[in-house]
Design a protein around this ligand. Sequence first.
Ligand SMILES: Cc1cc2nc3c(=O)[nH]c(=O)nc-3n(C[C@H](O)[C@H](O)[C@H](O)COP(=O)(O)OP(=O)(O)OC[C@H]3O[C@@H](n4cnc5c(N)ncnc54)[C@H](O)[C@@H]3O)c2cc1C
Length: 448
Amino acid sequence: MNNIYHSDIYQFNKPVSSYWEANSSDDLNLDKLQKDFNSEIVVIGGGYTGLLCAINLIENYNLDVVLVEAGKVGWGASSRNAGFCCLPPSKMSFKKMQSVYGKEETKKFFKNSVEGANYTKEIIENYNIDCDMTGENNFVVAHHKSKFQQIKEQAEAYKSEFGIETQVYSKEEFNEIGHGGTEQFGAFSYKPGFAINPLKFVNGLAKYALSKKLKIYENSKVDKIEKENGSYHLKTNEGSIKTKKIVVATNGFYQEGLVPELDGRVLPVISNIIVTRPLTNEELSLHNFNTYAPIANSKNLLYYYRKLPDNRILFGTRGDFEGSDQSNLNRANDMEKFLKNIFPKWKNITIEYNWRGLIALSQKLTPSIGKIENEEIYYGFGYSGVGVSAAPWTGKQLSKLVFSSNSKDLDISKIYKGLPKKFIFPKLRVFYFRLAIFFYKIKDKFNI
Ligand SMILES: Cc1cc2nc3c(=O)[nH]c(=O)nc-3n(C[C@H](O)[C@H](O)[C@H](O)COP(=O)(O)OP(=O)(O)OC[C@H]3O[C@@H](n4cnc5c(N)ncnc54)[C@H](O)[C@@H]3O)c2cc1C
């Protein structure tokens, strides 16, 4: 299959060296697909989207479902993200969204985004998943004094246009409840929002799915899909499944060539994370780092960070353009500098973990949920790095779609519905992305 990044990032059989993985004792050790059989529905991809789609298909419609995952359950972004349950799953500003789709659809999009965050919270509670939930809101921090007005307007618009609970804090106020540092010029909070351990969450989902008798095959990458007499024949290295319906839940790890109609539509983007050693209370107080809530700043190429339950700092941002293990290390070194520029009193704090993964963007800049025309192939992807709230909810919406086979039945904002355009010359996707990043870097340099 043709991948647009270095093969190092697609080593499905290799555990991810994340902080979450290093501190987890959970290993489900599920079977590999090594036989040939039939199933009503096959879900490809064992992250939040695939698991919630399968769980809902079984619980609400009592259907016969099998899930196949190329690595271990959650091997993709779902086990290695930063754990921010935030909004909205889009890289399009709400103003642009209103001008493209109209005020009503934009309102519905935000309503659905909030439903997504609430749904994530609901399943954590209902499935009894212990995933170290912290924080009661999200914060957006003005990284420059010229940005404070902008975030104040954003907070006001969230409240008046979309009914989202927000609160604005001056630099001094946020220094008391949030943090200090060189790039803190005030902030606003919004709800719902909280942080989790993503690996514990995805493992909890998988355990729940197994308790509902979902058959999950790990280390079983679908290499090929053939169509024969109206059925699909999915082939892995050592087995195959014949099925009537397929759900593609591979998000940023989709590999070109699997489904021709999906090729060239996803822009996988690397996101990197570093984690410090645990900080003492004295060290934390040097920058008044008080909150355990998730934080993103106002840069175009944003920084996201949070204090973990054991008082380490997790810090993330856009990754490199290559995807090799070496480029990951180089990026981690750059990120250590970014972190220490904004929190200079932590210059001697060591970094103990670094890793990366793929998020999915598309030309739509919003998620895509739907069914491929004239096929029984369903898809849900493109959360723009905001999948903790959007992906489980998308999985649930997909289950309704799979059951009814008709996207008209789905009562969600049309902004989510349908495929994004294919990129012109898809091989140049990373090049286009580089150009966009160059442009945003300049904007950030001049705080535009
Ligand atoms: C570093 C990083 C930080 C992030 N931080 C946040 C955050 O703080 N908050 C937030 O909301 N979102 C965050 N995200 C995004 C979020 O993790 C994703 O949007 C979400 O996990 C997507 O879930 P998913 O199930 O759709 O896809 P994934 O979890 O990526 O799962 C897709 C799965 O499909 C499998 N697969 C691919 N091809 C095949 C095949 N041919 N056969 C079988 N299996 C296949 C893969 O192995 C993979 O496990 C982050 C992502 C990254 C990479």
